[in-house]
Design a protein around this ligand. Structure first.
Ligand code: ADP
Ligand code: MG
Length: 277
């Protein structure tokens, strides 16, 4: 088994002046190369946890180690941010310049990377997200999905080991959504980048290696998507939905049909129902 690249031990975080913690006693190890999805209703602490991973906030309790670093000083935080990139929900908030390739270079320029190296990394990153043809374009001319791909390229140029996507598909149309999700999956599979994918789309979560459901700042459920979604009543009580086929399977079981556990896709359901005839 691969080693953990993220290790949270009893991690808590309370915002200044807040009565209760936004993240509370979270224990979680993310393996290198894993694609982990995080679900949870609004206010359950997902974005706060993402900010802790990125050292935008530091835990107020417990211990969080990201890529071997337990950030304490400003320099540590900086190192964490280089190894753990973030893609946010609104692509417009991440774009800082008026030309795509300048936008991708922005982070590297701030790091003082030499120009030839910046050129190489930006070209590679734009190629990797399929946006090479748009290197001279104005971000304002791009679709939401394309803007998110540029944002991913800006992160990739920093050569991160981990990328956290915080509801990065929430504002996109279905095509852009599929596009950005499959880009994240491809970077995970082909380049071995560890992905933490925060989402409220069940069909995206169903495609992760592992799934964590947060509630009230705590981890309420954890397991493979099949294991988690099989607990339909619990998932519904946490303010979430389950994939359609799991709901159908649950209803059929309650009506006395003897289906095997873990059915999640249309194809699996069809095969199982044919077997029962
Ligand atoms: P999620 O991303 O799951 O919607 P958040 O991490 O944004 O959840 O929020 C968790 C809790 O922390 C909520 O109760 C929210 O109101 C609170 N919170 C989030 N950001 C701040 C902030 N900047 N200051 C104070 N409280 C905050
Ligand atoms: Mg959030």
């Amino acid at each position: 088994m691969k080693k953990a690249i993220i290790e949270a031990r009893n991690v808590s975080f309370t915002y200044e002046g807040a009565a209760s913690p936004a993240v509370s006693g979270v224990n979680l190890a993310v393996r290198e190369g894993e694609f982990l999805a995080i679900l949870g209703r609004n206010g359950s602490g997902k974005s706060t946890f993402a900010k802790l991973l990125n050292a935008l906030q530091l835990p107020t309790g417990g211990e969080l180690i990201v890529n071997g670093i337990r950030p304490a000083t400003e320099d540590d935080c900086y190192e964490v941010r280089k190894s753990c990139g973030m893609v946010f929900q609104n692509p417009d908030n991440q774009i800082v310049t008026t030309i795509v390739e300048e936008d991708c270079a922005f982070g590297l320029e701030n790091l003082g990377v030499e120009p030839a190296e910046i050129r190489r990394r930006v070209d590679d990153a734009l190629f990797s997200v399929g946006m090479s043809d748009f290197s001279q374009a104005s971000p304002s001319m791009l679709s939401g999905g394309q803007k998110q791909r540029v944002a991913v390229a800006g992160v990739l140029a920093m050569k991160p080991r981990i990328i956290v996507f915080d509801e990065s598909t929430a504002m996109l149309d279905p095509i852009g959504r599929r596009d950005v999700f499959s880009l994240a999956r491809r970077l995970n599979v082909e380049e071995g980048i560890t992905v933490v994918w925060i989402t409220h789309f069940m069909e995206e979560a169903a495609l992760a290696d592992r799934l964590v459901v947060m509630d009230g700042g705590k981890i309420a459920l954890e397991g493979t998507p099949r294991e988690v979604f099989a607990q339909t009543d619990k998932v519904l009580s946490l303010g979430l939905d389950v994939p359609e086929m799991m709901k159908l399977a649950d209803a059929l079981r309650k009506a006395g049909v003897n289906l095997k556990p873990g059915l999640m896709t249309v194809n699996e359901m069809a095969v199982e129902l044919c077997r029962l005839r």
